[in-house]
Design a protein around this ligand. Structure first.
Ligand code: FE
Ligand code: CA
Length: 521
């Protein structure tokens, strides 16, 4: 099986500049040829995993994005060019990447030999058609400042991605995406519905556009769903503006899955779920600028998502809080703890990742230590006074022993710990304490969450009703959609909660709902 890889040794003599024709290198490789008028780059371009000397450049050839892509089964040679300037005058890479049907004709080009902390512009070409131009930036551990955006939860049906237009305009050093990049559900009904959000309150939610097809379960389905999301112009603009660092949460596979256990075991057998996960992981890789493909063996699949990056003064630890966790306790949901919840052996990260994270944190000398988690670290009590606390058992709140272990490490001399997370569709800022509900106990760090890009928050009203039960939370806004801007300098982090006026409009303007310095909280 021919896998896509960089072919720098042979590429220059194989590629005949200017003719738009690709020539096979005397091998059995058959080369796709088409009319030259197709829109191969309907999904845009992206970059990701920024390192001081390299970055991943991504695209996927998809002239018919919602129907499997529309390429033939033959391999395709894609030209990759990288420049030092936006006018594309100073070229540093001109190469060819061979991609195949096995990887959905996606391109993951490892652009190497780059300078640290430098901006680059890149473009792909295939069959005489040029892609849009992307801007990327390599990491620089010595830089004094880092601009990092946090985005997550972008249900295509519940809003337009206008937040991404604003994010693209900011042109950060990198974008962290903590998951729910796609949603797996079937196409819903267009228009507004009223939902009861509390006993005494109903609220309107609107479906502004619809998914194509039923709930996704096969590779074909997952490819088409990713492609549908990627056709959004504002999402494309955000990918073309900065390198992304990504990890999936639950909806890239199925709601609230954990390890190899689905949320609804009565609806799908363990074998069906494992096969579904294979397809979801493969399609996720094909659509994301990530470094490594999934390891697929029989019906088992694994995707390397957790890892460390150094962006200016911030050491970033990207976590995978979905793949290696123990199953949610007490049957999941928002509930009071059952006996299982407090079992000290329960893990959110799995042993290997937890050891890796603790070693990383203890060894890190960087001014800021950011931990990007898919789910909230901050506890939240969802009910009123004088009753046992109701918690979200899918978040770190459902894994109290694992959270304590990490809190203890953060409290043991790690510089400025800051958790950035997502999942809960609500903007939030909190101070983390050794004893989560005791504000007199030692301060461990902060957690900041921007709003979701488009996914709605029907539980926002209820959460606001019990704010006084949760003094650890300083800011909470689930009524608007948006994302988070963070600017790190050596001594401080300035967080800017950006919100769009109306996510029911594709070009809604954005504004700052709150700006805060973590040093002052
Ligand atoms: Fe979500
Ligand atoms: Ca989620």
């Amino acid at each position: 099986m021919l896998k896509g890889k960089n072919r720098s040794n042979i590429s220059r003599r194989k590629f005949l500049v200017g003719t738009g024709q690709f020539v096979a290198a005397g091998s059995a490789l058959s080369i796709y040829s088409a009319s030259g008028s197709e829109n191969y780059f309907s999904l845009g371009v992206a970059s990701g995993a920024p390192r001081p000397d390299r970055v991943i450049l991504w695209t996927r050839l998809a002239p018919n994005p919602l129907n499997g892509g529309g390429m033939s089964s033959a391999p395709a040679e894609v030209r990759v060019r990288v420049y030092k300037d936006p006018e594309l005058r100073s070229k540093v890479i001109d190469d060819v990447f061979i991609t195949t049907a096995d990887e959905g004709h996606s391109v993951h080009y490892h652009a190497r030999g780059l300078g640290a902390g430098r901006e680059y512009w890149y473009q792909f070409s295939f069959d005489d058609v040029d892609s849009p131009i992307g801007r990327t930036k390599t990491a620089d551990p010595r830089a004094d400042e880092a601009k990092i955006a946090l985005a997550y939860c972008q249900n295509y049906e519940s809003g337009f991605f206008s937040a991404y237009r604003d994010l693209a305009d900011w042109a950060p050093d990198c974008v962290i995406h903590t998951g729910d990049y796609i949603y797996e559900g079937a196409a819903g009904k267009l228009g507004a519905t009223m939902r009861r959000v509390a006993e005494d309150k109903r609220q309107m939610f609107e479906r502004v556009r619809t998914h194509v097809g039923p709930e996704i379960t096969t590779l074909w389905d997952y490819r088409n769903r990713h492609a549908q999301y990627k056709t959004d112009k504002n999402l494309q603009a955000a990918h073309a503006a900065a390198p992304w660092i990504v990890a999936m949460d639950d909806h890239e596979v199925d709601n609230n899955w954990s390890g190899s256990i689905p949320q609804d075991p009565q609806q799908q057998t363990p074998l069906e779920f494992r096969i579904r996960k294979l397809a979801a992981f493969q399609a996720y890789y094909e659509h994301m600028p990530i470094e490594k493909p999934p390891i697929l063996q029989g019906t088992e699949s694994q995707l390397q998502m957790y890892g460390a990056f150094r962006i200016g003064p911030a050491q970033l630890h990207l976590l995978d809080t979905r793949q290696f966790r123990d199953d949610q306790s007490c049957g999941d949901g928002r509930k009071v703890y059952c006996e299982e919840t407090s079992n000290p052996g329960r893990s959110m990260l799995g042993k290997t990742q937890e050891t890796w994270l603790f070693d990383q944190l203890r060894a890190s000398a960087s001014p800021h230590n950011v931990i990007a988690s898919q789910v909230w670290f901050t506890p939240y009590k969802f009910n009123a006074e004088n009753s046992e606390a109701v918690r979200n058992l899918d978040s770190w709140d459902g894994y109290p022993a694992a959270r304590s272990r990490l809190s203890d490490v953060l409290a043991s001399g790690v510089n400025r710990p800051l958790i950035l997370s997502g999942d809960w569709h609500i903007a939030m800022a909190s101070t983390l304490h050794a004893d989560p509900f005791d504000r007199n106990s030692a301060r461990v760090g902060h957690e900041l969450v921007g709003s979701s890009i488009s996914s709605g928050c029907p539980w926002s009203y209820q959460m606001q009703q019990v704010r006084d039960q949760n003094p650890q939370v300083e800011y909470l806004n689930g009524e608007q959609r948006g994302y988070l801007r963070t600017t790190f300098t050596k001594d401080d982090c300035i967080a800017n909660f950006r919100m769009v006026r109306d996510s029911g409009l594709p070009d809604s303007p954005a504004f700052t709902d709150l700006e805060m310095r973590t040093s002052e909280v």
